[in-house]
Design a protein around this ligand. Structure first.
Ligand code: FAD
Ligand code: NAD
Length: 476
């Protein structure tokens, strides 16, 4: 029995899955006194993903962009329960979730069930590998903090092994060849950060290996950053050329081994050939795939039989074909790109919706009670009638909830050597810019978007520390 958390039997139980952009935006704005709120996530912190690529080189220390969820929940009006666990099964029919503690330390109970009245799913997505052989075994991903830590360690491991006594030249070249697959913003930002790390720190500390260091970005489409305007794509490609980051477009990786990548390249004449690229570090950034718990839920709902990319939701973010289940962020298909911007606006929308729903119920009860009072005490009928009218007016106003509408603020990406690209909406128009000024804009925008003042201070200090002392090249 859970003594710290006695659910109020008069309130509905609202279960929120995940502590990412969507769920945390919901929790931030939700009036938790209206529901028994339970949050379930294998990660007991919120992660500010836009600065994750900077953690791979130590330009930002990872704890600077993490905010403990317990710290977030501590400030809520009514207490919220948090369980560090993965939802392994959602039983939509019986309104029960099975949760499992998959962490290293487990108590006597590692799997249990949590019933819900209302459920918000914000579990995000996993890394897409398209079943390409060798990817899972040999690549690093870039989605979570442990991924960034693994990359940081591996970069230095490759560098130190390349600098090892009597290392043959071709092996030095292989170890210092850093290959990134996927020319979306994740791959581009990582390639830029990596080049900075090498140019600003590693090459100064170990100059003898400098000429062999190489970064290659492989992309299946004809260009990188497809979501940016043509002008910024060209600018990025030009900058990468200057930074000596090789971009291989129209190159589809088909196989990965422990030391090589095989890609099918389409030449200008349309001819295809297979090339083999030796690598020291391989970072796989080819976008999102659906998590197993979501695949399982999809299979339970006939209305979702054609959903391949996630849970299809309606304009109020209700999972189609279900009752009392909503979905936000990368696991939901609402017709928008899987970005933090979309996820956080969706979370904010649901908070307003749920606050409204609770207020509606409260007003309806009030009207019912006042109407009964009207019958009982005809003496103050005029006063009660005014109160009813005012409650009805409020009710009409809040009942009229507009569907979710996404407002795109723009796209921003760091591309290395203190340059960034930005497609920003500005007074109903679009402004595309790239360069050093955009980089300052990128820095101030992301600094202001950090979750808390504590995060902002830590990130700013990391930037100053990096400028003054350089990045820390210790291999952990
Ligand atoms: P997430 O933020 O991924 O959160 C999912 C949560 O669910 C996590 O807490 C996870 O632990 C939890 N979870 C996972 N499985 C389960 C389970 N079975 N049960 C319960 N909980 C579970 N977008 C932008 O708009 N701008 C950017 O600059 C930007 N930069 C990015 C940089 C990188 C390196 C990456 C990887 C992504 C970036 N994105 C950016 C995309 C953005 O991070 C995602 O779109 C966003 O995180 C989606 O939010 P979400 O809440 O759906 O999922
Ligand atoms: P993405 O889906 O945007 O890009 C993946 C790229 O990999 C695609 O261009 C695809 O053509 C390519 N690809 C797929 N399979 C391949 C193969 N076998 N060989 C070679 N190339 C292959 O993925 P992402 O960059 O991880 O981004 C995911 C989401 O997060 C997107 O919505 C993105 O907008 C968002 N995001 C935004 C930012 C930002 O705004 N700065 C940063 C990171 C991520």
């Amino acid at each position: 029995p859970d003594e710290q958390f006695e659910p109020d039997p008069k309130k509905k139980t609202l279960v929120v899955l995940g502590t990412g952009w969507g769920s945390v935006a919901l929790l931030k704005k939700l009036d938790t006194s209206n529901y028994n709120v339970i949050v379930i996530s294998p990660r007991n912190y919120f992660l500010f993903t836009p600065l994750l690529p900077s953690c791979t080189t130590g330009n930002i220390e990872h704890r600077s962009i993490m905010e403990p969820v317990r710290q977030i929940l501590r400030h809520k009006k009514a207490s919220v329960k948090f369980y560090e666990a993965e939802a392994t099964k959602i039983d939509a029919e019986n309104k029960v979730i099975t949760i499992t503690d998959n962490s290293e330390v487990q108590g006597a109970t590692a799997t249990t069930q949590v019933p819900y009245d209302m459920l918000v799913i914000g579990v995000g997505a996993e890394n897409a590998t398209f079943g390409i052989p060798g990817v899972r075994e040999h690549s690093c991903f870039l989605k979570e903090i442990p991924d960034a830590q693994a990359i940081r360690t591996k970069i230095m491991d490759c560098v130190e092994s390349a600098a090892f006594k009597d290392q043959p030249e071709d092996e030095v070249s292989r170890l210092l060849h850093m290959v990134v697959v996927g020319g979306g913003p994740t791959g581009v930002e990582f390639a830029g950060e990596l080049r900075d790390f090498f140019d600003e720190d590693i090459s100064k500390l170990i100059p003898e290996i400098a000429p062999k260091f190489k970064v290659t970005l492989i992309e299946a489409l004809p260009n990188v950053l497809p979501m940016f305007s043509k002008q910024l794509i060209d600018y990025t490609e030009k900058t990468f050329k200057e930074e000596q980051i090789e971009i291989k477009t129209k190159a589809m990786v088909k196989k990965v081994t422990d030391k090589t990548v095989e890609a099918e390249v389409t030449g200008p004449d349309g001819k295809k050939e297979i090339i083999t690229i030796p690598y020291g570090l391989l970072v796989w950034a080819t976008g999102n795939a659906v998590r197993p718990v979501i695949k399982d839920l999809l299979s339970q709902i006939p209305a979702q039989k054609d959903s391949r990319r996630g849970l299809a939701v309606n304009e109020y973010l209700v999972v189609q074909g279900t009752r009392d289940i909503w979905a936000v962020g990368d696991c939901a298909v609402a017709g928008y790109a899987p970005t933090a911007q979309v996820a956080s606006q969706e979370g904010g929308f649901l908070a307003r919706l749920f606050n409204n729903m609770a207020k509606t119920e409260e007003l309806e009860t009030q009207i019912r009670e006042l109407s009964t009072g009207l019958n009982l005490k005809p003496g103050n009928a005029a006063e009660v009638a005014t109160q009813i009218e005012s409650a009805e007016r409020q009710l009409r106003r809040i009942k009229d909830v507009k569907p979710f509408h996404y407002s795109h603020q723009g796209s921003l990406a760091y591309i290395g050597s203190e340059r960034a690209v930005a497609d920003v909406s500005w007074f109903n128009g679009n402004v595309a810019s790239g360069g050093k000024l955009t980089y300052l804009f990128w820095r101030s925008a992301y600094l202001s978007m950090c979750f808390s003042t504590r995060n902002r201070v830590l990130v700013a200090l990391d930037w100053v520390k990096g400028k003054v002392y350089g990045r820390d090249v210790s291999r952990l």
